[in-house]
Design a protein around this ligand. Sequence first.
Ligand SMILES: Nc1nc2c(ncn2[C@@H]2O[C@H](COP(=O)(O)OP(=O)(O)OP(=O)(O)O)[C@@H](O)[C@H]2O)c(=O)[nH]1
Length: 830
Amino acid sequence: MEAPYVIVVQGPRNSGKTTVIKSLVRHYTRQKLTDVRGPITLRANRSLRLCFYECPTEMSAMIDLAKIADLALIVIDASVGFELETFEFISILQNHGMPCVMGILTHLDQFKEASTLRKIKKVMKKRFWAEVYNGAKLFYLSGLKNDLYTDREIHNFTRFISVLKWKEMTWRQEHSYILADRFEMKRDTGESAFYGYIRGCPSNENNFFIPGYGEFEMTNISEIQDPVPQIEAQKKKKTHRTLKQKERALYAPSSNIGMLKYDNNTGYINLPDQYVMFTKHQGENIEEFTPGQKMVRELQEADRTLEDKLAQREDLALVDDIQVRAESSESEIEEENHLKELAEEIKTKLPKKEVQEYTINDTVVTDLTTLVYGKKSQGAKKVMEKDTLDSFKERYKPRFDSLDNYIKAVKNRFMAGSDYKEEIEKEAEDDMDGEDIEKEIEDAPKSEKNGIPKGTYVKIEIKGMSEELFEKIVPECPILLCGLKPLENSLGYVRARFKKHRWAKKILKNNDPLVISMGWRRFQTIPIFCTEDSGTDRLRMVKYTPKFGFCMMVFYGPLSAVNTPIMAIQDLEGKDFRISGSGIILELNSQFSIMKKLKLIGEPYKVFKNTAFVKGMFNSQLEVTRFEGAKIKTVSGIRGMIKKSSRDGIGPPGTYRATFEDKILMSDIIFLRTYYEIKPEKFYNPIINYAKQRLLKTTSQIRTERGIVAPDNEDSHYNPVIREKKEFTPFKVPKKLEEELPFKSKQKLTQPKQRDETDVKIMLNDREKKIAFFLQRLGTVKNMRVKHEKEKKEKYDEEIAKKQKKEDDAKREALSRKIKERKMKKNFHK
Ligand SMILES: Nc1nc2c(ncn2[C@@H]2O[C@H](COP(=O)(O)OP(=O)(O)OP(=O)(O)O)[C@@H](O)[C@H]2O)c(=O)[nH]1
């Protein structure tokens, strides 16, 4: 049986998480929640039970809930857009197994224009798909009605939930856990009890780990009545699909449902006025009441207890032990007959010997609980009558010499202990065949071996949680009781593949503390980043995580199985994107050897042929002796070996003699590559929920807090490297030698033509050739058209110019004629 599926409703502040849960609860149960706190379990339909949990924005709660969510509802306020919490939560989900995810877009009523709304929906959907996966479901809740989302939209939404394919996750299948929906503390014994469904795998834990609180020893686990039992288990026949009103169930002990309210230790019944039936009203007529109501009213009006009343009556008394001798009534006889029939039936199925002990004795009436478990039962007491007991003893004399032995034998029958197994095995030799025994042995210890099955509602009592600690538990933050595997209880070193999150602002620095979420645990540790040198098994330390790629991370902490995902956070309460990176466990070990690369640099002191004295690499003769035989190299690539420390007088202390494969230059730099082993810090600090925790700070956090400037090392500055161009003397080949050389190696008078690098010949396929040819033709047509138009325009311009010229000539002629005429007139007057 599956426990109710956990639906985590997550979103930034005021995005509408509470309203979504309230609307869903109203849809499923027709009940109104006044506040939303802790897990809310309800029956969605005949075969589906759901448990809603509103996720707070605290990182710890987000991590814990992401680990147990079967469906994550991500509520996004469309009027604000995507916020960091949403991205963080999606990241955490992806890291811890990625359950089903659905998005809900709220506050859409704030967009008045339809076109804007359409655009917003489109943009948000695209972004959501990019973050989650292509095709992820995103719902639009377009507004409120009576402070809840509209029935139609919620109805459509729930249809998707009811047909959802719930994912199975490896981590959960291997671990059992409980999301506590109620908790209480027995102050006298100091034991605290947590109630919830067993999830994941069957539980057979002795200890439970509560993330944020620590590990506690379990004192008792008991199955109790399921507050929202599954209907299918009760009724096999399916009569209807939808739930009847009385089949709707809601269990939300931390929320206020109106009728029931629990605080840490007490439960209250809060009855609305319309349901108050038996409170006395003024002027009521008792004669109109039903007989039942009358009896209640009489009891309410009684002024003395039954005991007081009896005390006054001498003829009556209460007795503690009542001996019962059953008078055989008709129905009892019938029942006995039935039992006899049953016994006969058993006899035919079981071996004779086995049945003998259990033959139903119609005269034996006894308290089985006392007989079997040695405790007195709380119900009515029945005792064995003496004469019956004698006949009982008589009957079993041959097999059991005393009643005690018989009782012991019967007890053994009820216990899955060794006695039982031994006896069965012994009997099997006599008269049972092998198959039956195997089956019985298998059946007997099953409940012990496999634990309490998942989906069972249990009460878990633990000890060791102080009252002070218990007071700190609030239903708003999830309380998980997680089972741990033996490996997960031990500490050691973990090697993981790690990648900085692309949104983490800064690359992570070696030895800076990190909060790691791994398995059920959250803890702070000091990691060392390293890479695996290619071709070797060496782990080489790197100072920072790469900006984009993967690297290794080694840290100390509680162990988890290989391939368990991990997630790292540097600042739990930071304002920027809080997730620093993620990875996966590759290896567990008691120690890892990480090497730090060291490059020692020296320069030649004196150079002989292939031998040179090198100074500046070491400071003393002793240092040199440790490195005798080590390989060295010059920057120009000439390899060599350290031979011996130089004799006194040659060079400064630490100078040594080395041989090279070629003669080195005085200007060469010689370097020696060595490795220095470093050990990761043995630091592990579990994250707690119940108090403000002192966490280790990074160096940069301390510097910022105290206003300390980072030390400025001149050597660490990046300076532009300016290299003078070296002029080499031209290479001369003696004339005689050149004459003997083949033509290929002779110096050429003309240099070969330099190929233009940009001139790359493109090989076209047939289709591309066709396209190119077509484009070329189009180009020709276009060019012709342009040419034609140009000619036409030139012609037109020419004509216009000609016309203009003609007009100008005519004007000029007319003007000159006029001038001539005036002159002639003047001359005539003279
Ligand atoms: N106009 C409008 N208001 C909404 C919508 N959804 C929620 N609200 C309002 O937004 C406010 C916050 O809603 P809640 O459901 O309390 O949001 P929450 O995410 O639970 O808030 P916290 O619990 O404070 O983080 C309430 O006043 C709601 O009535 C919506 O779709 N449209």
